[in-house]
Ligand binder design. Structure first.
Ligand SMILES: Nc1nc2c(ncn2[C@@H]2O[C@H](COP(=O)(O)OP(=O)(O)OP(=O)(O)O)[C@@H](O)[C@H]2O)c(=O)[nH]1
Length: 197
């Protein structure tokens, strides 16, 4: 088979951008990194990978360069966001990326996409030094119904869902800083503001 030149071919993307941002005290999507907002910064990574079907999940703000999909069941957390977006995704596999992992480079997502082509389970998530990141993963679009069951009948925890489902890991050896979750003002100061980004 010829090598796939475009890493994002056959893949949709969902940027998770809902929730309360309660630890940050303001919407994390609107924080700045290199003159961009976190939200547009993450969307741009999908474009760089050649993904054309990109949705933003649950964003409460006004300006966004791609379609925003509201949560069908608000308050159900990230799984609720994914459930809504997966129903609209055009491709069978979906790259999921949290808005609060802005330091994860497109190159690392490219590797995840490549590894994801060999996945044996219906989801593959990124891991780093034993820490698993379900908000950076490749998921099958047809998981939407099972996600709905998880949020209707259980607590809707992403990890509980994945444990029930079974999932593959892509264990990354990239530098630790790439995996920073920017959740509170201290994280922002430490990883972005004070680094001159
Ligand atoms: N669509 C959608 N996304 C969510 C929801 N809750 C969290 N997220 C996203 O999931 C990722 C991880 O979110 P968390 O940091 O756990 O939660 P948060 O609400 O953003 O922040 P905290 O209130 O500080 O816990 C982020 O990309 C959020 O934007 C939700 O209810 N709907």
């Amino acid at each position: 088979m010829p090598e796939n030149k475009c890493p994002g071919e056959g893949v949709s993307m969902v940027v998770l951008a809902g929730g309360k941002s309660s630890r940050m005290g303001r919407d994390k999507c609107d924080l700045k990194i290199e003159k961009s907002t976190f939200l547009e910064w993450q969307i741009e990574k999908g474009r760089k990978l050649g993904i054309t079907d990109i949705q933003v999940s649950g964003y409460h703000g006004e300006a966004c360069s791609v379609p925003v999909t509201p949560d069908r069941f608000p308050g159900k957390g990230p799984l609720g966001g994914l459930e809504s977006c997966f129903r609209r995704a055009r491709e069978e596999r979906v790259l999921v990326l949290g808005v609060d992992m802005p330091l994860l480079p497109a190159e690392e997502l490219k590797r995840l996409l490549e590894k994801g082509r060999e996945k044996t389970k219906r989801a593959m998530i990124l891991a780093h030094q034993g820490k698993e990141e379900p908000m950076a993963g490749i998921y099958d679009r047809d998981l939407a119904d099972e996600m709905l069951t998880e949020i209707r009948e259980r607590k809707g925890s992403v990890f509980a869902f994945l444990n029930r489902l079974g999932y593959d890991l892509y264990e990354s050896s990239a530098p630790e800083a790439y995996f920073a979750n920017i959740n509170c003002p201290e994280d922002y100061k430490k990883h972005i503001e004070n680094t001159g980004s």
